[in-house]
Design a protein around this ligand. Structure first.
Ligand code: DGT
Ligand code: CA
Ligand code: CA
Ligand code: ZN
Length: 644
């Protein structure tokens, strides 16, 4: 940005980029974590500051910016005055940027990066790949053949990820952007479209759709946000930017009152849109984001049969409230006769209606049968987050969680749940501090005493207002380890004493398919196991699915009435949407769980719900849409279960 004197001063985005880079370089140099974090925090604060920070430093005393302490403030001042920073230039000579990029490889920390550089001269991803392939990494102190394989896997994971985000990351970025754009003059509405609106399990770029009376102002504000690294495209009605340490964001502006087809177009998926365009064409219309345009009629004025359907049974645009433009009255092209007729709609429901279709939920728009179902009138009534009355999988600081049992229970109660099942890990999962039999008994006593308090408060009328009429109870469960030899961690008599048991596989993940499948089936078949948690055992970015005979798993789960979990952690999303849909065809039932290890993660239920919707699930298939009494009845109803 140029000042009147022609001197160039750094923008917020430029400042933020420099401080992020300093944080990275210091990390590679082995600086203390709190120091590197301070630089990243300051960078974020500058990126989202409403001030033009350099300008403010030049114009008066340094402004107070949260997260910016004295040392960093001095550096901003130097950058604002001179456009340079000696500290930064010196660091860049010491730490090559390509080395910093190695930090992005899963499983590689700053100490390793430093060692690779100092002892092997490795500076780039390619250097590292070559060394791992050649088998020379294992000669380094503290490294082995296994480390080499880990490095190769890490590089592969990094490259296959192709910059896709988790849902939670996409949501956080969108919330910030929407807040920063909310007060642009003339803005009527702005909302996410694309894969985020469809809640795909990972998100490529972000898409925003806006209605505004003053498009230039919105485009201007959008492209000059402090968090913008570069502007990819900028036009009168759209723009695209890349965010600092973030994704590309596309912004589209639609004319007020014509959102229907714009929303459909930019929500996608492409495959869904292709189907709709085909239907429109058969009716004599071409569908784009702008609306339905009447196709020139071949061979005279007579409309085809399907064309008549557009005017007749499909209701037509005008009947559904659409508006018609074009024709001589609105002034088409001067030559070549009247402009073609364009139908636009304010809402998606009306725009679908033009094709004779009901509204199709965004999560279904993947061309996986939703168009056929819409035509046949057999679209499922998808469950919603509000249908969930509790959560069947959560952890406390008794195993590998962060918050106490009481904190987790209180947080669930404040969210209006009627139950939370506490499912800390069992004894053999030592890495997650699995509970010994003794600690199980102690925990049971704590749960009971908390519930006595909740019950008393409900009776006295002092429970939180959010408490549902049936009250809130913490249920006692466990996340039961399925051992490598297919035995379960606790004996049946103990399992039977829990309110609910969730079983899962964490160890010996590389066993052959028949063994892994047998382990999972053994857990399903046990009458005391109610739910199989994260059945595929995957982490989206870093850990492959268990190699299971899925149809065998689904069939056994359906037969025994064992629920399969839709784990809501956005790193897991397990079962996936496609697998859950397949399981539901087998007649399986499900739970949607948070697997929360801290209070905030209780809200993972929103992602689990999204996957359930993408799997076409209705509420009757999901056990935790039931009341607490009905849930407990379901648990005790599993054939062969003994009373506790
Ligand atoms: P992503 O970003 O990879 O997670 O997936 P989407 O579905 O968000 O894809 P994106 O961002 O490329 O486009 C958003 C929507 O806009 C997409 O679902 C359909 C529509 N769209 C984008 N580009 C095109 C295009 O070139 N042709 C058509 N027909 N539609 C497009
Ligand atoms: Ca997108
Ligand atoms: Ca896009
Ligand atoms: Zn868990």
């Amino acid at each position: 940005m140029d000042s009147p004197e022609g001197q160039s001063i750094p923008s917020n985005a430029e400042l933020a980029r420099i401080f992020h880079e300093i944080g990275d370089m210091l990390e590679v140099k082995g600086e203390l974590v709190f120091k590197t974090v301070a630089y990243h925090r300051a960078a974020d604060a500058i990126a989202h500051s409403p001030l033009e920070v350099s300008r403010a430093y030049l114009d008066g005393p340094p402004p107070r910016i949260p997260g910016v302490g004295e040392a960093i403030s001095k550096k901003i001042e130097e950058l604002a005055r001179t456009g340079r920073l000696t500290f930064y230039d010196r660091l860049r000579e010491e730490v090559p940027p390509s080395l910093v990029a190695l930090l992005a490889i899963p499983g590689i920390g700053p100490r390793t990066v430093r060692q690779l550089h100092d002892e092997m001269g490795i500076e780039t991803l390619d250097d590292l790949r070559r060394a791992a392939q050649a088998g020379t990494l294992r000669d380094l102190r503290g490294m082995s053949e296994k480390t080499e394989q880990g490095v190769m896997a890490g590089i592969a994971a990094l490259e296959s990820r192709q910059g896709r985000m988790r849902l939670g990351q996409a949501e956080a970025i969108l919330e910030t952007l929407l807040a920063e754009l909310a007060d642009v003059p003339g803005l009527r509405s702005i909302q996410p479209a694309g894969s985020f609106r469809r809640r795909r399990e990972t998100i490529g770029d972000l898409d925003l759709l806006a209605e505004t009376d003053r498009p230039e102002e919105l485009v201007e504000r959008f492209t000059s946000l402090g968090s913008v690294e570069s502007v990819i495209a900028k036009g009168p009605h759209k723009a695209a930017v890349r965010l600092l340490r973030g994704p590309q964001v596309d912004l589209m502006i639609m004319p007020p009152g014509e959102a229907g087809t714009y929303l459909i177009h930019f929500t996608g998926s492409k495959e869904h849109n292709v189907r709709l365009r085909g239907m429109a064409r058969d009716m004599g219309w071409s569908l784009s984001e702008k609306g339905y345009l009447r196709l020139p009629q071949e061979g005279g004025p007579a409309m085809g049969e399907s064309g008549e359907a557009a005017e007749g049974s499909a209701g037509g645009g005008s009947a559904a409230g659409g508006s018609t433009t074009g024709g001589p009255a609105t002034g088409g092209p001067a030559a070549g006769g009247p402009a073609p007729e364009l139908r636009t709609f304010a809402t998606e429901t009306e725009a679908y209606g033009f094709l004779g279709l009901p509204f199709i939920e965004p999560e279904l728009r993947e061309d996986r049968g939703e168009v056929e179902a819409a035509l046949a009138g057999t679209l499922p009534v998808l469950l919603t987050r509000a249908d969930l009355r509790g959560d069947c999988h959560s952890h406390s600081d008794w195993s590998d969680g962060v918050h106490s049992i009481e904190q987790m229970a209180e947080a669930a109660r404040r969210r209006g749940y009627s139950y939370l099942v506490l499912t800390d890990h069992t004894v053999s999962l030592a890495i997650a501090r699995g509970l010994s039999l003794e600690r199980v008994e102690m925990q049971r006593a704590i749960v009971a005493s908390l519930n006595r308090r909740f019950e008393a408060e409900e009776a006295e009328g002092t429970a939180p207002l959010e408490t549902p009429p049936e009250g809130f109870r913490l249920l006692h469960g466990c996340e039961l380890e399925v051992r490598a030899d297919a035995t379960l961690d606790y004996p049946d008599q103990l399992l039977a004493r829990y309110d609910l048991v969730v079983a899962s596989v964490h160890v010996a993940r590389r066993q052959p398919r028949d063994l892994l499948t047998a382990r999972t089936l053994a857990a399903i078949a046990n009458p005391n196991v109610d739910i199989i948690a994260h059945p595929a055992g995957r982490y989206i970015d870093s850990r492959d699915d268990l190699d299971l005979d899925w149809d065998a798993v689904f069939s056994e789960a359906a037969q025994t009435g064992t629920a399969l979990e839709l784990n809501g952690s956005d790193e897991r999303l397990d079962l996936s949407d496609v697998r859950a849909r397949r399981a539901s065809e087998f007649g399986c039932v499900f739970t949607i769980d948070s697997d929360a290890h801290r209070i905030e993660e209780l809200d993972n239920l929103r992602w689990g719900t999204a996957m359930a919707r993408r799997a076409w699930l209705t509420r009757d298939r999901v056990i935790n849409t039931r009341s607490r009494a009905s849930l407990l009845e379901w648990v005790s109803g599993k054939p062969g279960r003994v009373g506790g």
